[in-house]
Design a protein around this ligand. Structure first.
Ligand code: ADP
Length: 431
C-alpha cells in the first residue's frame, strides 16, 4: 500500500463527500472528490487513484455505468472500485460486482469500520460472485442499459423538438418584426429624403453644422442604415424559407464588383487602403440577378475593408475554372468545390487583414455569428473592426447558393498584429 494512498470518491451528495473526505484524511489518505460519473472518469484518468469509492444512485451516468466505463480506460482496469451505496435491495451487491466493482460497502457507512474496510480493499481484498450469478446479473444489467438508452433517446428527441419549436418561434418573430418595421421605415425614409433635398443649400454652399439641412441629412443617413438592417433581416428570412426570387439575366461581375466598391468607397471616408481589381473585365457574363450579386460582393468587400487595418491592401481578382490555358494561375483552387465538366467563374477577394481562425471559418456563414465580443460592438460598414448584425455572410451564402454556386474562406488564423489576411472565394456556374 502506498504511503499516502489516493482515493477518488464519486458521490453527488456533498454532505457524504465531506464526511468521507474528513474521515479518510484523518487516516493519512489523499481524497479526490467528484460530483458525478463524468467528472469521476476525468479525475480517474488524470490522477490514476489507488482506489475508487463509487456511489451508485447518481444523476447522469450512475455508479454501475461509471464503473463499466472506468474499466475500459487506460491504466484503470485493475484499480479497485468499491460501491458505496444505500441500495441494499436483493441483488444490488451482485449487480455492482457484475458491472465491474470489486466490493460493496453499504450506506450509511460505519464510521469506525469504514477506514479499515478501505484499507482491506487497498491491501487486496476482492469480493467475487459465481459464474452463474455473474451471467444472470450481466443479463439484467444489459437490459437495464438498453432501457436507459431508450429513455435517453426519447428525452433527447423531445428536447430537440422543443428546441426546433423555439427556434421557429424566434425566426417567425424576427420576420414579423422586420415586416412591421418595414412600412413605417419606408415612409420616414421617403420624408427624410424629401426634407434633405428641400433644405440642401443651393449653389454648392457648404452645409452649416446644426442647420436644418445638416440635421435632415443626419436623419436621412440614419434611416438609410436602419432600412438596411431591416432589409438584411427580411432577406435572411427569404433565404431561410427558400423564397428568394432571382432574375436570370446576363451579369458582368466586373460591373457588379465595381458598383459595390463605388458604394463603399472607403478611401473617401477616412480609410487608407490599397484596393486593386484585376482580371474581371476578361470574364464572360454569368446568368443571374445583378442586384443580389452586388449585395454578395458588397458584403464581402465591406468585411474586407472593416477587418483590414489602414495601409493594408485588398485584391479582387477572378478567373474561369477549369483554368483556361492562358489564364492566371489559380491560387489554392480546390477542384472538389465544383462538378466535373461544369465551367464556373471564381472571384477571389483577398485582404491583408486580421484573418479568421480555422475554427470560425464555417460558423461565420451562420446567421448572427460574429467573432468579436458584442460588448465592444460599434456599428459601421467601413470603420476598422466595425460591427454588424452577423447577417452579411449568411446572406451572401444564401444568394450564391441560390445561383447554384459556392462561397468559402481561407485564412491562416486570426491575429491583429501579424495580419495573416483572408481570402474569400465565390464560385458561380457559367453555363
Ligand atoms: P456582419 O454583417 O456583422 O459584418 P458577417 O456575417 O458579414 O457579419 O461576418 C461575420 C463575422 O466574420 C464578422 O463579425 C467578422 O468577425 C468575420 N469576418 C468576416 N469577414 C472577415 C474578414 N475579411 N476578415 C476578418 N474577419 C472577417
Amino acid at each position: 500500500m502506498a504511503a499516502q494512498p489516493h482515493i477518488l470518491y464519486i458521490d453527488d451528495d456533498p454532505t457524504n463527500r465531506t464526511l468521507v473526505n474528513r474521515l479518510l484524511s484523518s487516516y493519512n489518505f489523499i481524497v479526490l472528490e467528484a460530483n458525478n460519473g463524468i467528472e469521476g472518469l476525468q479525475l480517474a484518468q488524470k490522477h490514476r487513484p489507488d482506489l475508487v469509492l463509487m456511489d451508485i444512485s447518481m444523476p447522469g451516468l450512475d455508479g454501475y455505468e461509471t464503473t463499466t466505463r472506468m474499466r475500459t480506460l487506460a491504466g484503470l482496469a485493475q484499480t479497485p472500485i468499491v460501491a458505496v451505496t444505500a441500495h441494499t435491495t436483493k441483488g444490488a451487491r451482485e449487480m455492482a460486482l457484475a458491472a465491474g466493482c470489486d466490493g460493496y460497502i453499504p450506506k450509511p457507512i460505519d464510521i469506525d469500520q469504514f477506514p479499515h474496510q478501505v484499507i482491506a480493499y487497498l491491501e487486496g481484498r476482492r469480493e467475487t460472485i459465481s459464474t452463474d450469478e455473474r451471467e444472470h446479473y450481466l443479463g439484467k444489467y444489459s437490459q437495464k442499459l438498453v432501457e436507459r438508452l431508450e429513455s435517453k433517446i426519447l428525452e433527447l428527441e423531445e428536447a430537440n423538438q422543443r428546441l426546433q419549436k423555439i427556434d421557429k418561434l424566434k425566426s417567425d418573430f424576427i420576420t414579423v418584426a422586420a415586416h412591421e418595421l418595414r412600412t413605417p421605415i419606408t415612409l420616414v425614409y421617403g420624408y427624410a429624403r424629401l426634407l434633405q433635398k428641400k433644405t440642401a443649400p443651393s449653389d454648392g454652399n457648404l452645409i452649416e453644422h446644426g442647420s436644418v439641412a445638416d440635421l435632415s441629412t443626419r436623419i436621412y443617413y440614419s434611416v438609410h442604415r436602419l432600412s438596411d438592417v431591416v432589409n438584411d433581416i427580411l432577406n435572411i428570412s427569404l433565404i431561410d424559407a427558400d423564397e428568394m426570387r432571382l432574375e436570370q439575366k446576363p451579369v458582368y461581375l466586373s460591373h457588379v464588383v465595381q458598383a459595390a466598391l463605388n458604394e463603399l468607397d472607403p478611401n473617401k471616408n477616412d480609410r487608407t487602403l490599397q484596393i486593386s481589381v484585376t482580371g474581371l473585365d476578361a470574364l464572360p457574363p454569368i446568368k443571374g440577378d445583378e442586384r443580389r450579386l452586388r449585395q454578395v460582393f458588397w458584403n464581402i468587400l465591406s468585411n474586407a475593408i472593416k477587418f483590414t487595418p489602414d495601409a493594408g491592401s485588398i485584391l479582387i481578382t477572378g478567373w474561369v475554372a477549369p483554368q483556361p490555358e492562358s489564364g492566371p494561375a489559380i491560387p489554392e483552387f480546390r477542384p472538389s468545390t465544383w462538378e466535373s465538366g461544369q465551367r464556373s467563374v471564381v472571384i477571389m477577394v483577398q485582404d491583408s487583414g486580421i484573418g479568421i481562425d480555422r475554427s470560425d471559418q464555417q460558423d461565420i456563414f451562420e446567421r448572427f455569428y460574429i467573432i468579436e465580443d458584442t460588448a465592444y460592438h460599434s456599428s459601421s460598414k467601413i470603420a476598422f473592426k466595425g460591427g454588424g448584425l452577423g447577417l452579411g455572410l449568411p446572406i451572401a451564402k444564401g444568394i450564391v447558393e441560390a445561383h447554384g454556386g459556392r462561397i468559402w474562406v481561407e485564412s491562416q488564423g486570426r491575429h491583429a498584429k501579424d495580419s495573416p489576411g483572408s481570402k474569400f472565394y465565390v464560385l458561380l456556374p457559367l453555363d
